[in-house]
Structure formats: structure tokens, C-alpha cells
Design a protein around this ligand. Structure first.
Ligand SMILES: Cc1cc2nc3c(=O)[nH]c(=O)nc-3n(C[C@H](O)[C@H](O)[C@H](O)COP(=O)(O)O)c2cc1C
Length: 271
């Protein structure tokens, strides 16, 4: 059975999960949602099994993923599932948001939805976890990914998880996120450590950064993925004074080249 897995990632968690699920399923194509940004109209996947793997933002979906869901036409698919990676919660509300976007337009929703707890990357709010703690979380996440791959392999239908707290937090936090996300980059600054290497430009999924006078300039079409802050090789990009002394996070199974490939519209190699 052919599978297409659409993914969006800022710091690699969702891509790492997508790659592992793809490996377990076999005959799977990984498609960056970023690569569909320059296209228009319905997205009609040519596969029997369709999956979406993305991070939870403010108990909901990254804007680019919500827009993608609005264009997805999974009518021909036998099985449609979604995996949300998160730093501690909100996945049930995000899954329900995705389900409702697709259901409203196409009359069918998700056959199953899953969450995977992975290290949090929202550096505008908190410091990345110590490496040892990250390892512990990622080890547990690998077990969950294995279970998900098993369920998806059997096209197991599952009722979407539900959480009252998740729903309340979504209704409070997501509208704020939606109206502030694009210029969330106004908090980003760059220090003299910057070497103008262009990594931030190359990995930014929303093409939101350009180098002007050898310094990154943000164009206020941000997804708030925090990839630029976390991936800068000399930690020159900051979001306030605290981040200067904080560590950075990238999923250890994902390379900077993988993040560049998402932006570079080069499809991941087929498995
Ligand atoms: C803007 C933003 C908002 C976030 N909101 C949540 C949230 O509501 N709940 C949560 O558990 N994690 C939240 N996170 C953490 C990410 O969902 C989590 O680290 C995810 O695995 C990152 O995936 P990625 O590495 O594929 O980008 C947020 C991260 C960002 C950047």
C-alpha cells in the first residue's frame, strides 16, 4: 500500500517522527508541506494511505499546516491519519482542528490521530531542556512512534483523543497565535557573532529571512517555528536577553541539510 506523508518541521522533531514512520511502513513518500506553498488549488494525493506529521503550536496547527489542510482532497485515500508532535500537550485540540478543516470541506475527516511528546522548542517562552532529559524524552518517543507505525500499518481506525483542558486552552491561546504569528519575528535580533553564513535564510520554512548588509532581516511572514534561532551555528540569533545564555535544540536524527531540503523544495528521497 502506497503512503504519502506530508510534514512540517521547525527543529526536526516532526521530520524525525515522519522518517521513522516511513521506514516502518515502507513504500512511503515524504513530502514537505513547504514545497506546496508555491502551488494553488486542491492537493489530491496519489496514494491509498495519507498522513500528516506536524508540531502543535498554541494547542493548534502551524498556519502553513492549517492552510494545507484546507487544500487537501483525500477523497480517494483509503486511510487518513495525523501525528502531532508536542512539548507537553495540546495535541488533541490540534488534531480536532485539522479534522474539522478537512471534514468541513470534504465530508470526511481523520481515520486516526496520534500525539508524540518530544522536547519542546518554543524558546520565546522557555529554555531548551538539558541534553540528558532530551534523550530520555526521545527514547520514550521512539516507543510511541513504533506503536503509531504499527497502528497505521494496519490502517487502524481510532477515535480522536479529547481533552477539555486542551479545548479551553485552544480557544484562549490559538486566536492570539493566529493574529500575532506573522510578526512574531519582531522579537528576533542578531548579535555581532553573526558570520552571515545564510543558514537561517536556507532553513526558514516560510522564506521569511534575507541577508541585508550581511545580517538577517525578518520579513514578518513568520511561522514562529523558531528554526532560525535554534539552527544558527554560532547562536547569534536571539529572542530577548535571556536566550543569549540558553542552549539550542535540534532533533539529533535530523541534520541542517534535512532542514534546508524542506525549504529548498527538494522532495525527500523515497523509501
Ligand atoms: C510557536 C510554538 C508554539 C508551541 N506550542 C506548543 C503547545 O501548545 N503545546 C506543546 O506541547 N508544545 C508546543 N510547542 C512545542 C512544539 O510543539 C514541539 O517542540 C514540537 O515537537 C516541535 O516540532 P518540530 O521540531 O518538528 O518543529 C510549541 C512550539 C512553538 C515553536
Amino acid at each position: 500500500m502506497k503512503t504519502i506523508l506530508y510534514y512540517f518541521t521547525g527543529t526536526g522533531n516532526s521530520l524525525a517522527a515522519a522518517k521513522k514512520i516511513a521506514l516502518a511502513l515502507g513504500e512511503t513518500e515524504l513530502v514537505p508541506i513547504v514545497s506546496l506553498q508555491d502551488t494553488s488549488g486542491n492537493i489530491v494525493p496519489a496514494a491509498e494511505r495519507i498522513g500528516i506529521v506536524a508540531p502543535v503550536y498554541f494547542c493548534g496547527l502551524p498556519l502553513m499546516v492549517a492552510e494545507f489542510a484546507g487544500r487537501l482532497d483525500p477523497a480517494a485515500a483509503e486511510y487518513l491519519f495525523c501525528v502531532m508532535t508536542h512539548g507537553g500537550g495540546g495535541e488533541s485540540a490540534a488534531l480536532r482542528q485539522l479534522d474539522s478543516i478537512i471534514r468541513k470541506r470534504k465530508g470526511r475527516g481523520l481515520d486516526a490521530g496520534f500525539g508524540i511528546a518530544m522536547p519542546g522548542n518554543y524558546i520565546l517562552m522557555y529554555e531548551p531542556l538539558a541534553v540528558e532529559k532530551q534523550r530520555e524524552i526521545l527514547q520514550k518517543a521512539d516507543g510511541v512512534i513504533g506503536d503509531i507505525a504499527g497502528a497505521v500499518g494496519w490502517c487502524e481506525k481510532r477515535t480522536l483523543p479529547s481533552s477539555l483542558i486542551g479545548r479551553v486552552l485552544y480557544s484562549l491561546a490559538y486566536p492570539y497565535f493566529r493574529s500575532h504569528v506573522r510578526d512574531g519575528d519582531k522579537k528576533f535580533t542578531v548579535t555581532e557573532k553573526c558570520t552571515a553564513c545564510g543558514t537561517c535564510v536556507a532553513i526558514c520554512p516560510s522564506d521569511n529571512i534575507e541577508l541585508v548588509n550581511n545580517r538577517p532581516v525578518w520579513k514578518h511572514q513568520c511561522e514562529l517555528c523558531c528554526g532560525c534561532i535554534h539552527t544558527c551555528p554560532v547562536q547569534a540569533i536571539q529572542a530577548g536577553p535571556k536566550t543569549e545564555s540558553w542552549g539550542r535544540y535540534r532533533n539529533p536524527d535530523v541534520t541542517v541539510a534535512d532542514l534546508k531540503a524542506q525549504h529548498g523544495k527538494a522532495p525527500e528521497k523515497q523509501i
